[in-house]
Ligand binder design. Structure first.
Ligand SMILES: Cc1cc2nc3c(=O)[nH]c(=O)nc-3n(C[C@H](O)[C@H](O)[C@H](O)COP(=O)(O)OP(=O)(O)OC[C@H]3O[C@@H](n4cnc5c(N)ncnc54)[C@H](O)[C@@H]3O)c2cc1C
Length: 406
């Protein structure tokens, strides 16, 4: 990584003067690095400040280290926000193909998996390496392990840090959300927004496992590690994917997806047999002496079937059930209602829902309407992607948009 211009900073410090730069970006994560590349390529002097020792730590853990960096189909419909149209402009100006061509230009391999998800063949490290090299080529200067003590605004912005003072024309806040504090997440971006009178929408963990209440926890306690294919819905949102039992509740892609929509008000519905006409199958087998569990085990894991039936229906040979009981059973299998007690919290959430209100920002540049020269990018904004590479893509697209203007 290119070192900071020590000569300039030492001499400035010696004179007690802040180092001057065109753009300061706080946050060396996905969106901050992308913005730094864009602004640097335009000839702007760029300083990136981060309190962590290394850049791009969340990129490194993303997709379990394989980095699901984007998706073949990315549209504003893949994002939750108070303003569903806000993301359109930035997404149209930085597409998945744009990121792929960056990878190709550096001969970094990638592959498309189920659901159009793009993964880096060589893992997340290659993506971080590419972004760092592009930053170096664009003359971007880094100050890592740097704690921001204060931010002030005069004609431009002044940052006081434990590594000295810095002045800039533009200030970009790319400090991400609250999820995974163990990776350096902080409330810095929200605090800065509030400090400048910029609205922040309510924050909550998203793409997170869900915890069972005590009544659901006991019967499924021994199922940790069992997974099944299901369709999980809450209000108008529905996702068909894997559901995984954990020691405390449910996880897996379908649950992570629905957690972003679950507002704690109601129960989620799990269709355990999506696309299976279980009513018809039960009726076809109504004269069979086989146990109900034997039939259900054709479709669902045996341990789950036993635990689930223990809660919902006495197990007996199929020829002993009435038609009414079959109908009720089919209804429950297609709509198993679960009322989670809680989410996994920010410690387990991949992202933060809510953030800097998009009404405050230009959808073209991510600049604050209230404070010219101040920009917010990536996860700190009220734009939250679904699972599938959409959050990193938003970081790239919003970073690119600001990099063209900051
Ligand atoms: C475990 C996990 C797996 C994920 N997997 C995927 C995936 O496969 N695909 C996908 O699309 N998304 C994934 N995400 C989400 C994705 O990583 C984030 O949405 C994305 O990194 C957000 O980019 P950002 O630039 O807004 O913030 P970040 O990448 O989080 O960067 C923020 C930066 O700001 C710095 N910072 C924070 N506070 C301060 C402060 N006070 N002072 C100075 N610096 C500060 C941090 O150290 C960090 O470097 C995953 C997230 C997690 C936690």
């Amino acid at each position: 990584m290119q070192p900071l211009d020590l000569h300039r900073s030492r001499s400035a410090a010696a004179r007690g003067m802040p180092m001057k730069t065109d753009v300061i970006i706080i946050g060396a994560g996905a969106s901050g690095l992308m913005c730094a590349i864009g602004a640097g390529r335009r000839g702007r002097s760029v300083l990136v400040v981060d309190h962590a020792a290394d850049a791009g730590r969340k990129i490194l853990v993303s997709g379990g280290g394989r980095c699901n960096f984007s998706n073949r189909e990315v549209g504003s419909g893949n994002y939750l926000s108070n303003n569903p149209h806000f993301a359109k402009s930035a997404l149209s100006r930085f597409t998945p193909e744009d990121f792929l061509s960056m990878l190709r230009s550096r001969k970094i391999g990638y592959r498309e998996e189920e659901g159009g998800r793009y993964f880096c063949s060589g893992g997340s490290r290659e993506i971080v390496g590419m972004l760092r090299e592009e930053c170096a080529a664009a003359g971007v200067v880094f100050r890592m392990n740097c704690r921001v003590l204060s931010v002030d605004r005069g004609t431009g912005f002044r940052l006081e840090t434990d590594k000295g003072a810095f002045d800039s024309q533009s200030l970009v806040i790319a400090t991400g959300g609250l999820s995974y504090p163990q990776l350096g997440a902080s409330n810095f971006g929200y605090a800065i927004a509030k400090r400048f009178g910029i609205k922040v929408t309510p924050l909550r963990p998203a793409l997170t496992p869900l915890r069972f209440g005590p009544e659901d926890a006991a019967p499924f306690a021994s199922l940790a590690g069992v997974s099944l294919d299901a369709s999980v819905s809450y209000e108008k949102a529905a996702f068909k994917d894997k559901v995984l039992f954990t020691h405390t509740g449910l996880s897996g892609p379908a649950i992570l997806q629905i957690s972003s929509y679950w507002d704690r008000k109601g129960s989620i519905a799990v269709d355990l047999l999506p696309g299976v006409d279980i009513s018809g199958i039960l009726m076809e087998n109504r004269r069979s002496k086989a146990l109900l569990t034997t039939l259900l085990e054709r479709f669902l894991p045996g341990r789950f079937v036993k635990a689930w039936c223990g809660l919902h229906i006495p197990v007996q040979p199929l020829n002993r059930y009435t038609e009414k009981e079959f109908a009720a059973l089919a209804g429950k299998l297609h709509s198993w209602r679960i009322r989670p007690a809680d989410t996994g919290g920010f410690d387990k959430a991949e992202v933060t829902l809510g953030g800097v209100d998009t009404e405050e920002l230009s959808s073209r540049s991510m600049e604050s309407g209230r404070i010219p020269g101040l920009y917010f990018l990536g996860e700190v904004m009220d734009v939250t992607g679904q699972l599938g590479g959409y959050n990193l893509h938003w970081a790239w697209a919003s970073g690119h948009a600001a990099g063209e203007c900051a």
